[in-house]
Design a protein around this ligand. Sequence first.
Ligand code: SF4
Length: 140
Amino acid sequence: MELPLTVDAVPLTITGRIDRIDRRGDACRILDYKTGAPHPPEQQHQRKEEWVQLQLPLYAVWYATTRGTSPSVGYFNIPDTRDNTGVVTAAWTADDFAAALAATHRAIRRMHAAEFPRTDRMATCAYCPYTRICQRPHVD
Ligand code: SF4
């Protein structure tokens, strides 16, 4: 996936690799494979109505931009137990995708302004290879 954007007259391209695209007729569903405990896409992408991840909505924006129709997006969960294996799609609308794109523009502006605040999600830091660069104390 390559999604060209222009933010404050600066062109850039967001790239990503989509795990799976299902099509039937005009309908499309974009899925990301997930191992481990299953979580709803909304829970992974939003905290208190703020976008904290943008992967799936940006896939949707890319598809809508290139194909002219809005897909559904979600996870194909592949956890340890067979019972929880399956597809979970998000209930997002075109307005939600537009809000995610606006959040993307805001994030890019902050990067252009060299604003790189540390995340408050310490669980993320536990697996981050850049702790020495950002100088966050080691997290167990
Ligand atoms: S340790 Fe990694 S994830 Fe955590 S704030 Fe620093 S750069 Fe971000």
